[in-house]
Design a protein around this ligand. Structure first.
Ligand code: SF4
Length: 327
C-alpha cells in the first residue's frame, strides 16, 4: 500500500470542499471494498476523506416516499421497521448481500459505489480495461463464469456486484447527489452505466459530487415480492444470477410489476419488456414463462458463463412464483 493522507470531516459541505481540492481524493465510509482495492494496488488515492461522522444516517417517511441517508449501514436499512413494512423487497435484497459483519459497516452509498469483483480487475498483473484502459480484457476469452450476458461491450464484460442496487432499481428509487452549489436527484436506473467505450466508469457520479441519500416511493408491492439470489454457496458469495420480483394484483390480474436482475450486466438490469408483457395479465406460470423468455431476447454468453442463458430465465420464473406464493 502506498502512503496516503487521512482526513476526517463532519459536514456535507466540508466533505465536498475537501473532495474538489484534490482530484485524487476519495471518500471513506465503511471501506469494505475501497480498502481491499488499495491493499491490492488497484486504486491509490492520495487522500482519504472519512465521512463516517457526517450526519446522513436517517431513515424516515417524507410524504409518500422513504428517505434513507447515504451513510446508513446496510444492516440498519434491512432491519428498519419502515423498510420491512413498506419496502420488504429492499430488506430481503440487503440480507442476501455479503456477511452480517460486512453489512454492519457497509453503507448505502458505499454499496452503490462498490466495484466489480471480476478477478482480472483485482489482479494488477493481468490486462483489464476497467483498471487500466487500453490494456485489454482478460475475461473476454479467459475465466468468465461470473460475467455479463446483457449489455456487454467489446471492452468489458464485468457485472455490477450489489444486491441492494437490484432492489432499488426495481423500486424506482431516486439518488440524491450534492455538490458545492446544491443538490440534484437522478433516477436510480441512471446512476450506474454500461461499460461501452468507457469501462473505467461504473456510474454517472460527477467528480465534485457526493451521494447524500435515496428516496424510494412507497408502493403496493409489499405483499407479492421476492429477491432470489443464485450463488455458489448459501452465504457470503456474489450472485451468479439474482432476480428482484414484485407485483400487485387485483382479481389475480397484475396491475403493477417490477423485475430486475443482478449478476448479468454492468449495471442493475431492469426487465422492462417482461414488465410490460405481464401488466394486465393473470399471475400464472404460463405468463411468467413467457415474461422470462422475453427477458432473454438480447442475452449473449462468452463460454464460461453460457450456463446463465438457462439459469437466468429459470430464476425469473422461480422468483415470480415465490412472489406469488407469498400472498
Ligand atoms: Fe477488466 Fe472488465 Fe475485462 Fe474484467 S471484464 S478484465 S473488469 S475489462
Amino acid at each position: 500500500m502506498i502512503n496516503f493522507q487521512y482526513l476526517r470531516t463532519t459536514t456535507v459541505k466540508s466533505a465536498i470542499a475537501l473532495l474538489v481540492k484534490d482530484k485524487n481524493a476519495k471518500f471513506l465510509a465503511g471501506g469494505t471494498n475501497l480498502i481491499d482495492l488499495m491493499k491490492r494496488g488497484v486504486t491509490a488515492p492520495e487522500k482519504l476523506i472519512d465521512i463516517n461522522h457526517v450526519p446522513l444516517k436517517e431513515i424516515k417517511q417524507v410524504g409518500n416516499k422513504i428517505y434513507i441517508g447515504a451513510l446508513t449501514s446496510n444492516t440498519a436499512v434491512a432491519d428498519h421497521a419502515l423498510v420491512k413494512e413498506k419496502l420488504p423487497l429492499l430488506s430481503w435484497a440487503l440480507q442476501a448481500g455479503a456477511s452480517a459483519q460486512l453489512r454492519n459497516v457497509a453503507t448505502v452509498g458505499g454499496n452503490m459505489m462498490q466495484r466489480t469483483r471480476c478477478g482480472y480487475f483485482y489482479d494488477t498483473e493481468m490486462p483489464c480495461n476497467k483498471r487500466q484502459p487500453g490494456t485489454g480484457c482478460g475475461a473476454m476469452e479467459g475465466f468468465n463464469r461470473m460475467h455479463a450476458i446483457f449489455g456487454t461491450s467489446d471492452q468489458c464484460i464485468a457485472v455490477h456486484p450489489s444486491d441492494m442496487c437490484i432492489a432499488l432499481v426495481a423500486l424506482d428509487a431516486e439518488v440524491i447527489l450534492a455538490n458545492a452549489k446544491g443538490e440534484r436527484k437522478i433516477p436510480f436506473k441512471e446512476f450506474h452505466r454500461l461499460a461501452g467505450d468507457t469501462p473505467q466508469l461504473d456510474n454517472n457520479l460527477k467528480a465534485d459530487e457526493m451521494i447524500t441519500g435515496l428516496e424510494i416511493p412507497i408502493n403496493n408491492l409489499a405483499k407479492n415480492y421476492h429477491y432470489l439470489k443464485v450463488r455458489d454457496r448459501a452465504s457470503y458469495a456474489f450472485a451468479l444470477v439474482s432476480v428482484a420480483a414484485a407485483f400487485e394484483t387485483v382479481d389475480n390480474k397484475i396491475i403493477d410489476v417490477r423485475l430486475a436482475m443482478g449478476g448479468v450486466a454492468h449495471k442493475p438490469w431492469r426487465l422492462t419488456a417482461s414488465e410490460l408483457f405481464l401488466k394486465g395479465k393473470e399471475a400464472s406460470l404460463t405468463n411468467f414463462e413467457q415474461a422470462a423468455q422475453l427477458a432473454m431476447k438480447d442475452a449473449k454468453g462468452f463460454g464460461g458463463n453460457d450456463f446463465k442463458l438457462k439459469l437466468a430465465p429459470n430464476t425469473i420464473i422461480e422468483a415470480l412464483n415465490l412472489a406469488k406464493s407469498k400472498a
